[in-house]
Design a protein around this ligand. Structure first.
Ligand SMILES: [Fe+2]
Length: 240
């Protein structure tokens, strides 16, 4: 495994500890967290593709669909919450670039969706396409080429120092409150375990600490992450 994808997100925080809820540090580490999940999710598909067999192809398809829905949901949250609140503070050319890149990525996500759906028969697809790992790797590499520089550009702009220098304390809290409300609408058995299993165990506090104790300690590990447990075998860190 590459160190780049194993490096702990907590190490970016000033004291290496979980941030104060609602703070600038919480927002910036949350952005890095979801970006790391997306990067590891992308790499995990490339890593798993050559090992997939007919026996676990259905699970691999569902894992990839969960990846795609997490990317789309992350973009929706940025476009509906993050960008509007920060638009007066971002350099205008950067905002235009980031929005255009979201738009440009969608045909590649659609192509990956079509590929995984082509493996199984349906009324629209009576003759399934045989599984070919190289097709998955090529489709995901195309997403990676477009998407990873985009994630880096957002991170270069949205540093803890930049938020502090602009005095964006209220805006950070506002974004976090709205993001938390939006994330609660995502599927707890599909979207949430994808995030959890692409985080290191010690990083999971970044997403779990906001939840009430019975959800964090019981529902997430014993119900939500178990429901479709066979899908998460492909995740970067696939153990609880
Ligand atoms: Fe983005």
């Amino acid at each position: 495994m590459s160190d780049q994808y194993n490096a702990s997100i907590l190490s970016m925080l000033p004291d290496g500890k979980p941030p104060v809820p609602g703070s600038i540090e919480h927002l910036v580490s949350g952005l890095h967290m979801i970006h790391s999940v997306i990067r590891r999710g992308t790499e995990s598909i490339i890593r798993a593709a050559p090992t997939v067999t007919e026996q676990n192809l259905k699970e691999f398809k569902e894992y990839i669909l969960s990846y795609i829905s997490n990317v789309i949901s992350h973009h929706d949250h940025e476009e509906e919450i993050f960008f509007p609140i920060l638009k007066e503070h971002f350099p205008p050319s950067l905002l235009t670039r980031l929005q255009a890149e979201h738009h440009d990525l969608h045909p590649s996500l659609d192509a990956l969706t079509a590929l995984v759906n082509s493996w199984f028969p349906s009324p629209q697809n009576p003759t399934p396409t045989p599984y070919n790992p190289q097709q998955v790797i090529d489709a995901v590499n195309k997403i990676k080429t477009l998407f990873f520089p985009h994630l880096e550009a957002e991170e270069e702009q949205c540093t803890i120092e930049w938020f502090r220098s602009k005095g964006l304390v209220k805006e950070s809290k506002d974004i976090l409150d709205k993001m938390n409300a939006a994330v609660r609408k995502d599927s707890p058995v599909f979207a949430l375990p994808f995030i959890v299993f692409n985080l290191r165990p010690e990083e999971r506090c970044l997403i779990l600490d906001d939840m009430p104790w019975p959800v964090r300690k019981v529902l997430v590990p014993m119900v939500f992450c178990k429901w479709y447990s066979s899908y998460w075998q492909f995740a970067w860190f696939n153990e609880w």
